[in-house]
Ligand binder design. Structure first.
Ligand SMILES: C[S@@+](CC[C@H](N)C(=O)[O-])C[C@H]1O[C@@H](n2cnc3c(N)ncnc32)[C@H](O)[C@@H]1O
Length: 280
């Protein structure tokens, strides 16, 4: 089991989204959720398994769509996130929703359980995503649908001049691309893995999320760069283990902080929607 504290990280994201300034991100999350559900072709009465459900962003809405004659099963490793999802399900009076604490690489579900499987921002962070997607395939009924949304951090792009920090930045990116599950995960790989485990009729759509922001403080830039992901997945952890010096990280961070205030500064992350089906 991973000891990455996704629950605390999701709390942080939630508090930022509810800080009032981030209406845009909240709306975007809703749009992503709705598109994932739409591409899953969800209908009343369906059984849906939402993998890496977190606090239930997708699962809670899915429960409303499938209605009382359907069922939604959210699966996640994080107890804290599942507690939040369960509390929200109770608050909404949803009784067709259950949450299971499990690793998505070994699902405690029978073969052919589900009409559809979804995942939002989950598989990018799982190192052996082929095992996890093979499990998704196994628990689907023949003809069942899969619908995913994943960030492609490897293709993250910064439109800025790194100046004297350029060489250090290149080394830091190289470290991430070679050791980090999410930063090593390139565009096109999701479709390849889905194909390799047996899914057919696959389609993908790439959307570039504009994640540009002007950092008010050096600390904000440091957090965004080095602590973008929780626990062992934090880029700063990878840099530390690879022997990148604190001075190099500090130089890169300071450059990012200063450049983020310039007109024309842009930071974006491609995100891929992928959907398909298990053959009949
Ligand atoms: C970025 S969050 C996304 C949560 C949710 N899908 C959403 O859209 O808000 C990633 C989630 O994947 C879960 N996760 C990561 N690796 C996992 C694994 N191997 N098995 C089960 N859950 C996992 C984490 O606990 C976390 O809740």
């Amino acid at each position: 089991m991973s000891d990455t504290d996704w629950s605390g990280w999701l709390d942080l994201v939630e508090s930022q989204l509810h800080a009032g300034e981030d209406q845009r991100s909240r709306m975007l999350l809703g749009q992503i959720r709705d598109r994932v559900l739409h591409k899953a072709g969800l209908r009343r009465g369906d059984i849906l398994v939402d993998l890496g459900c977190g606090r239930g962003l997708v699962a809670l809405e899915a429960a409303r769509i499938v209605g009382p004659e359907g069922r939604v099963i959210g699966v996640d490793l994080s107890e804290g996130a599942l507690d939040r999802a369960k509390a929200e399900a109770r608050r909404r009076g949803l009784e067709n929703l259950e949450f299971i604490r499990s690793d998505i690489r070994a699902l405690p579900l029978d073969d052919g359980t589900a009409d559809a499987v979804t995942g939002r921002s989950v598989f990018a962070y799982v190192a052996d995503r082929k095992t996890a997607l093979a499990e998704a395939y196994r628990v689907l009924k023949p003809g069942g649908r899969v619908s995913l949304f994943e960030p492609v951090l490897r293709e993250e792009s910064y439109q800025m001049d790194w100046g004297e920090a350029e060489a250090a930045w290149r080394r830091m990116r190289l470290v991430l691309e070679s050791v980090h599950p999410a930063y090593g995960f390139g565009l096109g790989q999701l479709k390849e893995v889905l194909e390799s485990v047996g899914f057919t009729d696959l389609e993908t759509f790439v959307w570039h999320a504009d994640t540009s922001r002007m950092y008010a403080t050096l600390e904000e830039a440091r957090q965004d760069l080095g602590e973008l992901l929780p626990g062992e997945l934090a880029p700063s952890e990878a840099w530390r283990k690879a022997g990148i010096s604190e001075e190099e990280v500090a130089m890169v961070t300071e450059r990012l902080w200063r450049e983020s205030a310039r007109p024309g500064f842009r930071n974006s992350i491609p995100c891929v929607y992928a959907w398909g089906r298990k053959p009949l």
